[in-house]
Design a protein. Sequence first.
Length: 545
Amino acid sequence: MSEFKNFIEDIIDNDLATGKVKTVCTRFPPEPNGYLHIGHAKSLCINFGIKQKYNGKCNLRFDDTNPSKEDTEYVESIKSDIEWLGFKWDKLLFASDYFDVMFDCAVKLIKKGLAYVSDETAEEIRLRRGTLTEPGQESPYRNRSVDENLKLFYEMRDGKYPDGSKVLRAKIDMASPNVNMRDPVIYRVLHATHHNTGDKWCIYPMYDFAHPIEDAHEGITHSICTLEFEDHRPLYDWVVNSCDFPNPKPQQIEFARLNITNTIMSKRYLKKLVDEGKVMGWDDPRMPTLSGLRRRGYPAAALRDFCERIGVAKANSEVEEAYLCSCVRDELNKTADRVMAVFDPLKVVLTNYEGTEELTVENNPNAQELTYRKVPFSKVIYIDKSDFALVPPPKYYRLKPDGVVRLKGAYIIHCDDVVLDGNGEVAELHCSVIPNSKSGDDTSGVKVKGVIQWVDAQTAVDVTVRKLQSLLTDVVDGVTDFNQRFNENSLKVVSAKAEKSLLNAKVEDKFQFMRVGYYVLDKDSKDGKPVFNEIVGLKDGFKPQ
Ligand code: ATP
Ligand code: MG
């Protein structure tokens, strides 16, 4: 955690210093209508980060007050994604468990003369709402008596009225410059089955009424949300105060949502991709969902590091996708074992080498504790076609006719002969092993500048590799609409020859294929047939400003 304070931490420090707040309590309130994405990771890191920093609490509360779009599949995925990201919630709660509390609050408001039942249609309410420059008009039902309002509200609850025929409105101020304060609807009639409460309710609270009650009821001290709720804050405070919740009352604080270039941050659009079969599912490795990024091989630590490094802002902005990749690369550079794989194999016969041996090769030079593995070596190997040049450009340090190169972890070889096929293309190379040139024990005196990866032909494993790009193409001519930017070429499947140690890899194991990039073993792998997803390349394309 960084030593610099962000503006939210400044507020919390002040609340602790003045004694307003004793124990800091935050919450993460996802709506279970989709899988979590990288934007949610930002909110998770803020809320759980505060819990950790202030030795406070953070609840996971499913905001399931809207019965129509929610599903238990989403509830389970959200829980497992949060755990994977490394966070532990204090209480696990469902907003729908508070429907009774919310109902009682509504009754309290009616009794205080602060809410009334209206028979207006949604359209009538909209027409009377006024504009940013003109005040609204009062509802013809605004002056109903407390008794009449109570009777009607109970009847709404008891199922006497069809959907849309009546609403409960807060009685605030139709002339308020803030449109949200012009007698907002706080309850509506909706005959729908709820995934948690079933058919118990046929009236449901609106978000702006439910959320402050959930926060206050739970004892949340700092309710952190994204900027689009800034104009709703007066209503949030009105609900908390009018319902007489005790101190310390929760305080809403807004921050700028995370946007990343070429990255979809809308559950609605992500769901569309899943429903239309454009991706393999919510956890497709190209998806910006946490389960997709996980399957893509992005380590949880890298996502936390990214959220920490970009900081918390009060103004909207867009972070470069390359910055996230850079955090992933930094983490993998420390943690991923190196292995050898060849994507475009060129056969090399080592004419003076007989038999087989097992070389001992270091797994990761950057690891805290060095470990080694065995890599078989024999007379026929593959190198990558791009590591041989028949007509080399100047300063070419890889293999060329009559040139030398070091095979990583093995020997220096000399190219004696190039065998061409009928089309004049390089078919195979005949090389000789330089005596006494074994890695770690080289007394040959031969100087080489290039080191290349290779695999032993006899024992090599064929692996399937998915090369992945963004699901969105770059913005061209100002066209930002996701529907027009779907990248039809975001998935390319290729094959490679890899060292046989990869047969021992487990799903989610991550590797650096030396000199190529980082790869993760996918769950689609079958016995003896590994499938890898490309995580990131080796080159860092991110230039900090
Ligand atoms: P979507 O618009 O994709 O459906 P949402 O905001 O409706 O997202 P919720 O499930 O309501 O999704 O979000 C849970 C929490 O995550 C909220 O507090 C919300 O502010 C936060 N959040 C969602 N998207 C982002 C984002 N891009 N950056 C930061 N926080 C986000
Ligand atoms: Mg939402």
